[in-house]
Design a protein around this ligand. Structure first.
Ligand SMILES: C[S@@+](CC[C@H](N)C(=O)[O-])C[C@H]1O[C@@H](n2cnc3c(N)ncnc32)[C@H](O)[C@@H]1O
Length: 225
């Protein structure tokens, strides 16, 4: 996957790229780029924002600044590239969307700042608007890292054990339910025991127990009898 981050703070991503599964994804062929919006702004003195029409607090990131950054990176040849604007009012990010994005060969993530981004970016320049939750962060960088983390760990070679990403919370392997509980040594700690079934050696019982705990955690659902 070719993954581009458009940001005012490329240095934020140094820590991100040093994380093992991200490093592994790069070693396995993924390419990550961090594109500084100030480097391509058509305005003088590195300006990227302006005051909002209609008044109000804060500054808004300009559409011509985002357009110039996309032009510099791709020209007019955007093909089928998914270009995602991070915004609290976007489509809620979940495992289904992570799986969808992980299948893309090329993905761009645009990080907003200040009061947000001129709405014409959403209307004309991106393919998706995505939110990581119903709360407001100071900027899109952490949101982009959340999306990229969830996407990259689904790529082959990213995780030490490829199977780790298959049967996880909200995956289709668990029918969209949260994952079951895990335990490791010691078997007894301060009187707290592990479930006996996990050391029974009976794989079918273990599987059934895990599935039941996972469903319990998922709670009642309309699509369940
Ligand atoms: C301070 S926020 C702007 C919030 C905006 N005024 C609002 O009320 O929706 C600045 C930037 O952070 C990013 N951001 C903040 N919260 C986010 C969230 N929950 N999901 C995705 N991006 C978020 C977006 O890129 C946004 O443009």
């Amino acid at each position: 996957m070719r993954l581009d981050f458009f940001t005012l703070f490329p240095q934020w991503f140094e820590w991100f790229e040093s994380q093992r599964h991200v490093h592994n994804a790069v070693a396995a062929g993924s390419e990550l780029r961090y594109l500084d919006l100030r480097a391509t702004t058509p305005l003088s003195a590195g300006q990227v924002d302006d005051s909002p029409y209609g008044g109000g607090a804060g500054m808004v990131m300009r559409v011509d600044v985002i357009d110039a950054a996309l032009q510099a990176a791709y020209g007019d040849a955007r093909g089928g590239r998914r270009i995602v604007l991070l915004t609290p009012s976007g489509r809620m990010f979940d495992d289904g969307l992570a799986t969808e994005l992980a299948a893309e060969p090329e993905l761009s993530l645009i990080c907003g700042r200040y009061e947000g981004v001129d709405e014409r970016v959403r209307d004309h320049l991106v393919t998706d608007a995505v939110s990581i939750g119903r709360y407001v962060l100071a900027g899109g960088e952490l949101a982009a890292m959340v999306v990229a983390d969830a996407v990259l760990r689904k790529l082959p070679g990213s995780l030490g054990h490829a199977d780790s990403a298959l049967e996880e919370s909200y995956s289709s392997a668990l029918d969209g339910d949260p994952e079951y509980p895990h335990y490791t040594r010691p078997p007894t700690y301060r009187g707290w025991e592990i479930p006996e079934v996990l050391v029974s050696g009976d794989h079918a019982r273990v599987r059934d127990w895990r599935r039941a705990r996972s469903r319990e955690r998922g709670g009642p659902r309309e699509d369940r009898a």
